[in-house]
Write a protein that binds this ligand. Structure first.
Ligand SMILES: [Zn+2]
Length: 133
């Protein structure tokens, strides 16, 4: 399989390891966009959150939480953004489940949540399209 993250797990490609346990691996994203931008991946290959089994998701989120707490409680950051792209049209470019952690400090201006009032505002229509129960 031609998966860059599996190659990182197999040490065919070097990475800046932050954390590793039996089920997960975390390393620095080398996009060089935000210092500390970290990727958390399961050792078991799956495409994304949508096809991952619950146990794999559980392990990945536990690691996301552990690293995020480490960044905030030990490393001097005051918050984190946690993001996962699921599917090509969402911006996913590596099709091995991963969660991004962006460590944040006050007024760093590093990561922008979508701006308000960019949607249609048709909340009832949207609710009818999206609701499950
Ligand atoms: Zn993979």
């Amino acid at each position: 399989m031609d998966c860059i993250f599996c190659k990182i797990l197999n040490k065919e490609i070097p990475s800046y390891k932050i954390y590793e346990d039996e089920y997960t691996y975390a390393f620095l994203d080398i996009a060089n966009d935000v210092d500390g931008h970290t990727l958390v991946i399961p050792k078991k290959h799956c495409t994304n959150t949508l096809d991952a089994d619950s146990e794999t998701l559980h392990h990945v989120i536990d690691t996301v939480k552990l690293i995020s707490n480490h960044y905030v409680n030990v490393c001097g950051y005051t918050g984190v953004n946690i993001l996962s792209c699921n599917g090509e049209d969402s911006g996913q470019s590596v099709f091995h489940l991963h969660y991004h952690i962006f460590p944040r400090i006050k007024n760093d201006g590093k990561f922008n949540f979508p701006k308000p009032n960019m949607g249609s505002g048709k909340f009832e229509e949207i609710q009818n399209k999206l609701k499950i129960n």
